[in-house]
Design a protein around this ligand. Structure first.
Ligand SMILES: C[S@@+](CC[C@H](N)C(=O)[O-])C[C@H]1O[C@@H](n2cnc3c(N)ncnc32)[C@H](O)[C@@H]1O
Length: 364
């Protein structure tokens, strides 16, 4: 593989070889989180009490085979249709199954049969644990870059999530386009992943362990912004980021100058996809009512709306709060005309906001 701009479509042979490396890694090499050689994609947010309770409701094997970068739990999910890309053994699916409740549904997609077998083996156990009459989960074996091949209807999901997976997919453009197609108008792709401060050098890209551990395939963050726009999403909203440092000296030596962060972004499927935050004089007021946001609602790292207060917002935020499942909780006022870039700022770099305890290596 080469480190061309990420929009370059990989050859079929490259893509197949990448999938073989990843499948072997997650199906055979690793059997529990502790087997990871690094912990590159770990956002160090401490789960709140509600999340701790939901995690406590999970089967121990589901928890033990978690290989993600963080907690994928956007707010206001009650009753939602959710898709988890690269669901692995299903930890996030079963957390989300509790968040959407018995009237919502969560579908997981993964290509590694060993991981899916664990997810499926505990489906009935979780249904019973949650006290639901019917399971509100489903698992599909398939490729994230070929979502069209799966029995998933276009424009049928309110939210898609993914936890430390897109970096592993060879054709990331196909993955983003596939997700965009499956989201309803106003739908959201809320996902954590690993990003690099430059296009990853070939020595890292072609190292199977570094690839399997979510570093080799990490996107240069600015390529990601461009790709998200090309796939039809509005300007990405950066939620949080944490630095990654390799604790293993051999890994540090291989990484050289390249720096990595794990970051969570929200991408909205809106009827107008601005590439950057633009100022139209819009404002939004949080009316309250979201269980996870009792006093203020945080859309991303740069925008928090205290309840009852009208706050200036960029056009993408205004549209997201008008058109997504969040709409009932906000009053949005549109400004009269375009006034230039919002706050004179381009989208923030995940490297500029990454803070907190540096942990290294992928997933876990
Ligand atoms: C780092 S693990 C994360 C798993 C899960 N999200 C979690 O948090 O435990 C990556 C998962 O993505 C899956 N995966 C990677 N590339 C994929 C692809 N192209 N299509 C489908 N699944 C893929 C792997 O099989 C693996 O289960």
């Amino acid at each position: 593989m080469t480190n061309a701009p990420a929009t370059t479509i990989p050859t079929a042979a490259d893509a197949a070889q990448t999938r073989d490396i990843v499948k072997t890694y997650y199906g055979e090499t690793l059997s529990r989180s502790d087997d990871l050689r690094t912990n590159a994609c770990k956002i160090t947010d401490t789960p709140d009490a509600g999340m701790r309770q939901m995690l406590a409701n999970l089967h121990e094997e589901t928890l033990a085979r978690f290989f993600g970068c963080g907690l994928i739990a956007p707010p206001a999910l009650r009753g939602a249709q959710v898709l988890d890309l690269g669901c692995g053994a299903g930890r996030d699916v079963y957390v989300l199954a509790q968040m959407v409740g018995p009237d919502g549904h969560v579908a997981g997609v993964d290509m590694t049969p060993e991981q899916l077998a664990v997810a499926r083996n505990h489906e009935e156990w979780h249904r019973e644990r949650f006290g639901y009459a019917q399971a509100n989960t489903a698992f599909h074996e398939g490729l994230i870059e070929r979502l069209d091949d799966l029995p998933l209807a276009p424009a049928s999901f309110d939210v898609a999530v993914s936890n430390c997976v897109i970096n592993l997919v060879a054709d990331k453009m196909a993955a983003l386009r596939g997700v965009r197609r499956l989201l309803k108008p106003g739908g959201e792709f809320y996902f954590s992943d690993v990003y690099a401060d430059r296009r990853v050098p070939e020595a890292i890209l072609n190292d199977p362990v570094l690839y399997g551990e979510c570093l080799g395939g990490a996107l240069y963050w600015r390529d990601f912004l461009a790709m998200a726009h090309q796939a039809g999403f509005a300007s990405p909203r950066l939620v949080s980021a944490a630095p990654i440092e390799a604790s293993d000296p051999a890994v540090t030596a291989k990484l050289g100058e390249t720096r990595f962060v794990s970051a969570t972004y929200r991408l909205f499927a809106l009827d107008s996809a601005e590439a950057e935050p633009e100022d139209y004089g819009d404002a939004a007021r949080y009316l309250g009512g979201i269980a996870e946001a009792s006093e203020a609602f945080t859309l991303d790292a740069t925008l928090t709306l205290p309840m009852g207060e009208a706050v200036p917002v960029d056009r993408t935020a205004a549209l997201a709060l008008e058109q997504s499942r969040l709409a009932p909780f906000f009053e949005v006022t549109r400004g009269a005309a375009h006034q230039g870039p919002f706050n004179q700022n381009p989208a923030p770099s995940p490297f500029s906001i990454a803070k907190g305890a540096a942990t290294a290596g992928c997933c876990g």
